[in-house]
Design a protein around this ligand. Structure first.
Ligand code: ATP
Ligand code: MG
Length: 434
């Protein structure tokens, strides 16, 4: 065999047909889990009137530097950017809110009726230090709602998030809520925070010393342990909110509480992206170690205008699929299975098996055809493929136009006319699986 071409660090395969992790794969890489999440999400999102949007993976770099902000970790050091032939600089999207906003403006989607609600699912790219729960290609499921400044809409999008996670069977999650203020009140806080941080430079990590000057709010989001004590003493944003922002936050809380959704106020919660205004929130899990944020979002009333559209309030969130899938309970995710394996014992029987398999698939059954062989080996194959039935076709069966169907679990056997096989297998099919 020729030399192996290895994948790029932090870029992973998702694979089907694998049951055990002896293939050098982690459990979140089993694609059945992804399909399960996608199925539940596709059922739930339309009940909140979200419609799907798919935007390109490659966008102009300018979209992100303007949209996310020059002084963020993402734009500052995490983007995969390059110059494509005949183009200006382009970037593999590190997130999808900016892309959705670009599309919203370009296609004048604001002319659609009601608040405009979009969801997306796709790969994002960030050149980060790879570790558990942190990859260079990862996937986000996200929602964006444009056109309403009503705190009810902030609450609705938070409820949608927890609704989805609950339907996926996730427990032990915490919703954290904060307000990061607006262009009226944030400058005063920024200054106060900067003053405080300058006094504690010697206790901060190198990164935070730089952030203090460039983007002091980001210090609050630092994950370096030694920065913790300083961050905990920093003045809270809540002391600086203007009246409008305080009222908005009270509104969000009123709605969230009206459906008895548990949450905690985290006065130091900020987000890594510059475009947030007022509401920010995260859903965190105690079971994920250092990379504990599963879902994060907030309101971004300035972004649409920043990207050339009319002034439009908006709110959204993004969910890290890999981190979510790591949390899924094994018992919830149905395993891959086969309805029947056709087990021909001769070449003539293989031809009949081929025809019958075609009919079974038209009837919606999951079937596979084995190559002719000894029955003992064929049964072993059936077991490895998790087939519910083995359909034996030999000389006798061909002569009688029947099949010997063996229930591989119960070890029972029946003779079924070939014409009735699809109906017979369908009747015994159990509940819907992934
Ligand atoms: P973190 O603080 O963990 O770096 P972030 O603030 O950069 O997260 P967002 O940009 O808000 O994250 O993205 C939303 C979600 O996407 C995160 O909560 C996380 O679940 C997921 N996510 C972000 N970056 C990665 C990554 N490199 N690998 C896997 N998942 C990621
Ligand atoms: Mg990050």
């Amino acid at each position: 065999m020729a030399n192996l071409v290895s994948p790029i660090k932090g870029f992973k395969d998702l694979v089907s047909g694998v049951q055990e992790s002896r293939h050098n794969l982690e459990e979140w890489q089993f694609i059945g889990r992804w399909q399960f999440v996608e199925r539940i999400a596709r059922e739930l999102l339309p009940t909140y009137r979200y419609g799907e949007i798919r935007t390109p993976v490659l966008e102009r770099t300018e979209l992100f530097s303007r949209g996310i902000g020059e002084n963020t970790d993402i734009v500052g050091k995490e983007m995969f950017s390059f110059t494509a032939r005949g183009e200006r600089e382009v970037t593999m999207r590190p997130e999808n809110t900016a892309g959705v906003v670009r599309s919203y403006v370009e296609h004048k989607l604001y002319t659609l009726p009601g608040p405009q609600k979009f969801w997306y699912l796709g790969p994002m790219f960030r050149n980060e230090n790879v570790q558990a729960g942190r990859y260079r290609q990862f996937h986000q499921l996200g929602v964006e709602c444009f056109g309403s400044d009503d705190p009810r809409v902030d609450a609705e999008i938070i409820v949608l998030a927890t609704d989805l996670l609950a339907r996926l069977g996730l427990t032990g999650l915490e919703v954290q809520l904060n307000s990061v203020g607006c262009s009226e009140c944030r400058p005063a806080y920024r200054e106060a925070l900067q003053g405080f941080l300058r006094q504690h430079q010697e206790a901060l990590c190198e990164n935070c010393v730089t952030r203090t000057e460039k983007n002091p709010l980001r210090v609050l989001d630092c994950k370096v342990e030694t920065c913790g004590p300083v961050i905990r003493q920093a003045p809270p944003l809540s002391d600086y909110l203007c009246e409008a922002c305080r009222n908005h936050q009270a509104g969000v809380i009123r709605y969230v509480e009206s459906v008895k959704l548990p949450y905690v106020l985290n006065p130091r919660l900020v987000r890594g992206l510059d475009y947030y205004t007022r509401t920010v929130f995260e859903v965190v899990s105690g079971a994920l170690g250092a990379q504990n944020t599963v879902l994060a979002g907030g309101r971004y009333n300035g972004l649409v205008e920043e990207l050339g559209g009319p002034s439009t309030p908006a709110v959204g969130w993004g969910l890290g699929m890999e981190r979510l899938i790591m949390l899924l309970s094994k018992s919830l995710v149905p395993e891959e299975y086969l309805d029947a394996l056709f087990m021909p014992t001769t070449d003539d029987a293989e031809l009949v098996a081929f025809q019958l398999a075609h009919q079974m698939r038209e009837a919606g059954l999951r079937v596979e055809v084995a190559s002719p062989g000894k029955l003992g080996n064929l049964f072993k194959q059936a077991e490895r493929l998790r087939a519910r039935f083995g359909v034996i076709l030999g000389e006798d069966e061909l002569a009688a136009k029947s099949a010997t169907v063996k229930n591989l679990e119960k070890r029972e056997q029946a003779t079924v006319p070939q014409l009735e096989l699809a109906g017979w297998l369908k009747q015994t099919q159990t509940g819907e699986l992934v």
